[in-house]
Ligand binder design. Structure first.
Ligand code: KG4
Ligand code: ZN
Length: 332
């Protein structure tokens, strides 16, 4: 089955053709990152304007790179939320129009499920082995930090999420405050590699709490306080100490969830899943309890259309276009 996936929830415009939810025939991503590097964050109005310009060329390239004609597609899938309303509308309205004109079913997809399904995507270099249920999915992105238990593709339970800042949001805000650049995740990771992670004793919020919620705002404030107290401190050390505190919390709570629910695997998706410390330490944490940990291939950690097409294949629920609407505050 061939699905064209469309993703425009934040500052990326992406379209991809995916076969049977796994094989990526094309995945084209156009980003307004260069604009937003200048502003140090996403300006919704600018993101949406760029997406209006990018969407048609991105779609054309995705089809031509996959050597697929619209009539060969089985369905279209589009992110309906969560995200920025202006950005979501560009993808949703385009997808509805194409679904009508091409007479193809359209599947509305929650962006967060997209990040989960990046683990099913196959790259030229990766060989996918079967993924076993029940599994714990950790989604860590710029807007979300969530833990979900999946019993199969259609039965799941949300276990908890962030009460304030998302993991990626904390990376972004701290990087901006320290003047390390945008996006903050890769900037902090780079600085942390040159720093000593034991330099600062930072809090690990909710690490011992018996729930599966996260809170990164207090940690962010503690980092900012350290810098305000001593602006001459070594930023690399502060970045390394912050990253370790965030990773400690994510690893501990995810492993605990896997233990409590008898998960056979842990899968991780979202922009923060690109973080090499998280990848190493969560893999080690899973090993300790005998559970494999899968991470989205690096090229699919950020927002992309392939993950939307994959989520649609495994949850094939087309809806009439009159019932499909952008929903900025959608959750699990
Ligand atoms: O999933 P994503 O591309 O967009 C959202 O759905 O939010 O995630 C973007 C987030 C940003 O906060 C970015 O700073 C973070 O992922 N990120 C990272 C890394 N690469 C991206 N965070 C930590 N380490 C990284 N290497
Ligand atoms: Zn995302």
């Amino acid at each position: 089955m061939l699905i064209l996936g469309i993703e425009t929830s934040c500052d990326e415009t992406s379209a991809a053709v995916v076969e049977d939810g796994r094989k990526v025939l094309s995945n084209v991503v156009s980003s307004s990152l260069s604009f937003h590097q200048k502003t140090g964050g996403v300006i919704p109005e600018i993101a949406a304007r760029e997406q209006i310009k990018a969407i048609i060329p991105v779609l054309e390239t995705a089809l031509s790179e996959a050597s697929i004609k619209p009539k060969e597609l089985d369905a279209l899938a589009v992110t309906i939320g969560p995200g920025l309303i202006g950005s979501l509308l560009v993808g949703v309205e385009t997808a509805k129009t194409l679904s009508f004109v091409w007479e193809k079913p359209l599947i509305p997809i929650n962006h967060l499920w997209g990040h989960v399904y990046t683990n099913w995507l196959q790259t030229a270099n990766s060989r996918l082995t079967a993924i076993n249920f029940p599994l714990i999915a950790l989604v860590v992105s710029g807007g979300h930090s969530d833990l979900v238990i999946m019993n199969n593709h259609t039965s799941y339970k949300w276990l908890g999420g962030t009460l304030d800042d998302a993991a990626g949001e904390a990376f972004d805000k701290i990087a901006r405050f320290l003047g390390l650049g945008y996006p903050g995740g890769p900037a902090i990771e780079k600085a942390a590699k040159k720093g000593n992670l034991k330099s600062f004793g930072l809090p690990r919020p909710l690490i011992e709490a018996k729930n599966f919620d996260f809170s990164f705002s207090g940690l962010k404030t503690a980092v900012i306080r350290e810098f305000e107290r001593n602006p001459k401190l070594k930023k690399n050390n502060l970045a390394a100490s912050f990253q370790q505190a965030a990773v400690d919390v994510l690893v501990k709570k995810t492993v605990r969830a896997a233990q409590k629910f008898g998960a056979k695997e842990i899968v991780v998706g979202g922009g923060v899943a690109a973080n090499s410390s998280l990848r190493l330490q969560l893999t080690a944490g899973g090993k300790k309890i005998g559970i494999p940990v899968r991470f989205a291939p690096l090229e699919f950690c950020g927002d992309n259309g392939a993950m939307i097409a994959s989520a649609a294949f495994f949850n094939f629920k087309p809806k009439p276009i009159s019932q499909i609407q952008a929903n900025p505050s959608l959750h699990f």
